[in-house]
Design a protein around this ligand. Structure first.
Ligand code: ATP
Length: 435
């Protein structure tokens, strides 16, 4: 529980920072050159290519994926007994570039720290391939969470032997100096970084969004088939390959069995949190579809779909954009009284601009059908659309409307999302991917 709270705190502060980062970004035109591109491998081709993870070009050799790998001094087992402590005060393993882990993995790059782990990129000297290794912090709760994540990843891999469903592959795991180490296939950057580098805070082109949407929906079908909720989907937890034409859903550290659905209003990072979670209604697979809807909106516009410093302010944004919460939902809600009066009036808990005190503003939202607002926001970020582009964007708006249905019972399922015309119509999508 501590760990979850820890993780949530970090998510909240990261989300708040992102919120600030996005305040000034301007809307993106759907540039004709972007929308006209038809080759999905080429979807970012005219954009700058300065990969933050690109290895040193000079002393490199070609990897099997065609990229350059750094030539490192000969791998050696460091005698860490010479060191006072191989962990930092927070239980993270202190990374030493060049160290050989498990007599096999030669650490090349430090990819940074998450809440649960430090992640490194390493060369597997047995296969000569690059891998990513998640080195879990020492805390017992984190070790246990790591074991759970391994079990879930194994279940998912067994159900997808051909690796077609876009969920990250765990190759194996081992222990090193009391740390659980998880060896993953190596990927490049996450979708938040894609947005920052290639969308320049204005979003990426609709062909890329469609390709990514298809792959994420395939991932959701596998999760559902295995009766697993990811419960932390957001751009940060979706990784792409070097070419950026394939993605994998990653970080299953919060994933759980679908019947493990105790009511809590703090599940999922706040901006990607479905309304039923905030209202205290028993949740199911639909929470992941909501998160994907928010992620797709953000990919296209470069803007976070719903923001709010609290669940209450998140609900306010959702109500304004998507209309009234249906009574049948409020009836099943454990936390409705924190946000509504018995007659359905919304109690917006805001900070007064002048006094800086909390004030409660009563809002009577009666609209039962979603406003055109979502669509308007998509079109506002796309200037100078050709009729063909506008048609494409209308299809995307219709799909998003269904992914972001307030009532989870009415929200589109992954299988139906794959059949939606935005995804299923003929186009530049490899046919083997559509199952
Ligand atoms: N297989 C991989 N290939 C390349 N980079 C990876 C891989 N796995 C993780 N990373 C990088 O490490 C970061 C953290 O990974 P991950 O989210 O799995 O760790 P975590 O400790 O669970 O973090 P948190 O829960 O705080 O997001 C990712 O955002 C990504 O940038």
């Amino acid at each position: 529980m501590d760990m979850q709270q820890d993780k949530l705190k970090a998510h909240l502060s990261a989300a708040a920072t992102r919120d600030l980062n996005h305040q000034d970004s301007s809307h993106a035109p759907l540039q004709p050159t972007q929308s006209a591109k038809s080759n999905e491998l080429d979807m970012f081709a005219d954009e700058d290519n300065d990969d933050m993870f690109a290895p040193e070009p000079a002393a490199g050799h070609k990897r099997d994926d065609g990229t350059q790998a750094v030539r490192l001094p000969e791998a050696k087992q460091l005698d860490r007994s010479m060191l006072d402590d191989w962990d930092d005060p927070e239980g993270y393993y202190r990374i030493i570039l060049g160290e050989l882990l498990d007599d096999r993995y030669h650490i090349q790059t430090n990819l940074g720290k998450g809440v649960f782990s430090a992640v490194v990129r390493a060369l597997d000297t047995t296969t000569n391939r690059t891998v990513a290794i998640k080195i879990i912090r020492t805390q017992e709760s984190m070790y246990k969470a790591g074991i759970k994540e391994i079990e879930i990843l194994q279940t998912l891999a067994e159900a997808d032997p051909e690796d077609k469903k876009h969920i990250i592959r765990l190759e194996r795991h081992f222990e090193h100096k009391g740390h659980l180490c998880m060896v993953f296939e190596n990927l490049s950057i996450n979708l938040r970084e894609v947005l920052k580098k290639f969308g320049r805070d204005i979003g990426i082109n609709i062909i890329a969004v469609r390709q990514y949407a298809l792959q994420m929906f395939l991932g959701l079908t596998l999760l559902k088939k295995c009766e697993i909720l990811h419960a932390d989907l957001k751009p940060d937890n979706v990784l792409v390959n070097e070419k950026r034409n394939q993605l994998k859903i990653a970080d299953l550290g919060s994933a759980m069995s679908a019947d493990d659905n105790d009511v809590t209003d703090a599940l999922v990072s706040r901006f990607y949190r479905a309304p039923e979670i905030m209202l205290g209604i028993k949740h199911d697979y639909a929470i992941d579809m909501w998160s994907i809807g928010c992620t797709l909106f953000e990919l296209y516009t470069g803007k976070i779909c719903f923001t709010g410093a609290t669940n209450n302010q998140m609900l306010k944004g959702i109500l304004e954009c998507r209309g009234k919460i249906p009574n049948r939902m409020l009836k099943r809600s454990e936390f409705w009284a924190q946000h509504f009066e018995p007659d359905g009036t919304f109690l917006s808990q805001e900070i007064d601009n002048v006094t800086r005190r909390e004030v409660v503003r009563r809002m009577n939202i009666t609209r039962t059908v979603p406003a055109k607002e979502l669509k308007a926001r998509l079109f506002a970020s796309s200037k100078g659309l050709s009729p063909a582009d506008a048609k494409e964007l209308n299809l995307f708006a219709d799909l998003l409307d269904k992914c972001l249905a307030v009532d989870p019972v009415r929200r589109i399922t992954p299988t139906d999302a794959l059949k939606h015309p935005f995804i299923s119509r003929p186009g530049p999508v490899p046919p083997h991917n559509i199952k």
